[in-house]
Design a binder for this molecule. Structure first.
Ligand code: SAM
Length: 221
């Protein structure tokens, strides 16, 4: 069995009872970042786990070895934070495990995109998740336009170093779009910067610096 385990995106209390029990029971942990995952098992007071790394830089190399292990024993797949496979390594391992008839089961929990969406106050009936958006204005605008055509709320991830530029691109073409920049969700400095694209661009530009993890939600309705 491959357990796909969601872990906290900030607040450790968001780890579910089922996730805790699985991390306690299962010996093999396939981790994007074994150091982060070890902190989590230490927090739970469990020790003696076998950690194997599955990260973007080694996923193709480590795939055959992991599939061999999975045919012999159960394992937990855990990413740096949040839900494995969502802008995180995991998809290829899950796909190949299914091909080999290895049972796969999710242990749902935190995910930055859905957490930002539900608190955004923007329409949730239809949404599209774009992962990390392109860096150039033309490619970014093309991607946003496709989502506009779908009449869906847009969710994407962005780095604090690029957020001003990206919201600036948005404000140039869609100044009235409704925007929520969700920063440091579930953490001590959680913040929602809300307004039109133009207003949010001005708010961001008025700050000396923007820090932390960011998810953006946009609606055109
Ligand atoms: N798998 C993760 C999930 O389920 O949310 C996402 C992993 S992706 C590599 C990391 C990005 O998610 C960050 O760069 C940021 O854009 C967003 N993110 C993660 N934690 C966040 C938080 N606490 N607040 C806002 N955005 C967050």
């Amino acid at each position: 069995m491959l357990y796909i385990l969601s872990s906290p995106i900030g607040n450790l209390s968001d780890l579910s009872d089922r996730a805790k029990q699985t991390l306690t029971d299962i010996n093999l942990i396939i981790a994007e970042n074994p150091l982060y995952s070890k902190k989590l098992t230490d927090h739970l007071g469990v020790s003696g786990k076998k950690f194997v790394q599955f990260a973007e830089h080694n996923e193709l190399r480590s795939l055959p070895m992991l599939l061999e292990l999975l045919q012999k024993e159960d394992a937990v797949l855990i990413s740096d934070a949040g839900t494995p496979g969502i802008s995180d390594p995991g998809f290829k391992l899950i796909r190949e495990a299914i091909k080999l008839n290895i049972p796969v089961t999710p242990i749902p929990g935190p995910n930055a995109a859905i957490t930002a969406l539900c608190a955004s106050g923007l329409p949730t009936d239809k949404f599209i998740f774009l992962g990390f958006v392109p860096k150039t204005e033309i490619k970014f605008s093309n991607e946003i336009q496709s989502a506009v055509d779908l009449e869906a709320t847009i969710i994407f991830y962005e780095s604090p170093h690029r957020i001003n530029k990206t919201i600036g691109y948005l404000a140039t073409t869609w100044p009235d779009a409704k925007v929520v920049v969700a920063r440091e969700l579930t953490k001590m400095h959680e913040e929602f910067i809300r307004g039109s694209a133009l207003e949010v661009a001005e708010k961001l530009n008025s700050r000396q610096s923007i820090k932390g993890e960011i998810t953006v939600v946009i609606s055109f309705k």
